[in-house]
Design a binder for this molecule. Structure first.
Ligand code: ADP
Length: 400
């Protein structure tokens, strides 16, 4: 099969992550990131053929400058002409997008109209799309939405116990995120256990800086821990996850917080970081807890794991059978400590850990880390960029 390369772009408010994916293998040919954009400290890193290079960006250090630099580098490396499409990660597709979409003027307008649902993400994603169109206008551009996979959730899972008009008139409902990752690992897990995906039921735990848990039946999302925004659900690196909304009123009315300060508190200063007072990074906390006896680091990890286990148990109520859980994301793929705490908390659901396999499964390895009598506990490395590339090609085959 001939090589089909897709440039995958994940544009944040101050960064552009990019990779060239061989859509046949799903593997990255080139990866890189432009960070600290819109500041003079902007940097541009690129890895190709086991070599990493750090380059400086030219003023005005913005997303367009990053994409222009990327195009120059791809020309230098003779990769530009190998590209067939550009696939963009777009965080929020609302109820409009339950599948990836070829980017048109109308699609861009809808992404802009959905900015009220993801004010930090959708405008940044659009900036990336506009910059890529300007620099790579000859290539088809495809949007792949984080929320699309969860559009299969039933009403009882996606509605809040709020007045129905808030849903009808203001789109306030649960959406779910990390869709590319959850759908990918479910497919891989079905292959791993040798059962058709349509007969499988899994609960996947995507545990990275952001964390979400999803119940997947016959390859479809039926409930997920993240809701209206990626703040709901389990505790995360610096996000609180679920909390009593009464705390927000208390912070504002009695402790003098402004709404912006509450936003920052819940999104950036909470979770592992807020509880430990040390770091949002799981690896650093494990180091502090296990080798230096840091009590707050240990407590933060304990709460993190307990809340994940609680969500897995809660989401099992949405299924009529359960083949197993799937761990993915930087923490799920690498932290044997977190996986052990979570699985040990779930013995009631018949999950039992094989300690040796758990210790050995990391750094991109897939395996079942459960004992023979347990339900499956699978570690499956995610590949969100691979999903974006393959879905981009699929869209092109359907529409062009
Ligand atoms: P993002 O959500 O930004 O894509 P990742 O999926 O890369 O994040 O996950 C980052 C998290 O994975 C960090 O908390 C990091 O500490 C954790 N992690 C990565 N490797 C390890 C490891 N070997 N042990 C424990 N945690 C790890």
């Amino acid at each position: 099969m001939s090589q089909i390369h897709v440039l995958v772009i994940n544009c944040g408010s101050s960064s552009v992550k990019f990779s060239i994916i061989d859509s046949n293998s799903g593997q990255a040919v080139l990866t890189g990131i432009a960070e600290r954009l819109l500041s003079a400290k902007a940097s541009f890193k690129l890895s190709y053929q086991q070599q990493s290079e750090q380059l400086s960006l030219k003023a005005p250090y913005d997303h367009q400058a990053a994409i222009t630099e990327l195009v120059q580098q791809l020309t230098r490396l003779a990769l530009l002409d190998t590209l067939s499409a550009v696939g963009h990660r777009v965080v929020h597709g609302g109820e409009h997008f339950s599948a990836p979409s070829l980017i048109t003027k109308e699609v861009k307008q809808t992404i802009a109209d959905l900015a009220h649902l993801a004010p930090l993400h959708n405008p940044a994603n659009l900036t990336g799309i506009n910059a890529a169109e300007k620099a790579l206008g000859h290539l088809p551009q495809v949007a792949v939405f984080d929320t699309a996979f969860h559009q299969s959730m039933p009403e009882k899972a996606y509605l809040y116990g709020l007045p129905y008009e808030l849903y009808q008139e203001h789109d306030i409902r649960r959406y779910g995120f990390h869709g590319s990752s959850h759908s990918f690992v479910a497919g891989q897990a079905a292959n791993f256990i040798g059962k058709p995906l349509r007969q499988c039921s899994f609960i996947s735990a995507h545990l990275g800086n952001g964390c979400s848990i999803t119940a997947i039946k016959a390859g479809q999302s039926i409930d997920s821990s993240m809701g209206f925004t990626p703040l709901e659900g389990v505790m995360m690196g610096s996000r609180s996850g679920d909390l009593d909304p009464g705390i927000i009123f208390h912070l504002i009315e009695h402790l003098g917080y402004s709404p912006e300060q509450v936003q920052t508190l819940l999104n950036k200063d909470s979770g592992l970081l807020g509880l430990s007072g040390l770091s949002n990074d799981c690896r650093e906390l494990e180091q502090a807890a296990l080798t230096q006896g840091n009590k707050r680091a240990k407590l933060a990890l304990e709460i993190f794991c307990y809340r994940i286990a609680k969500y897995i148990a809660a989401l099992s109520a949405s299924l009529t059978s359960l083949d197993g859980v799937i761990f993915t994301g930087g923490i799920g793929e690498n932290s044997s400590y977190v996986r052990e705490q979570v699985i040990n908390q779930l013995s009631l659901l018949n999950f039992h850990l094989d300690q040796d396999k758990n210790r050995e499964t990391r750094f991109g390895k897939s395996d079942d880390i459960s004992t023979p009598s347990s339900r499956y506990a699978l570690v499956i490395p995610t590949n969100e960029e691979g999903v974006i590339a393959s879905q981009s090609i699929q869209v092109l085959q359907e529409v062009l």
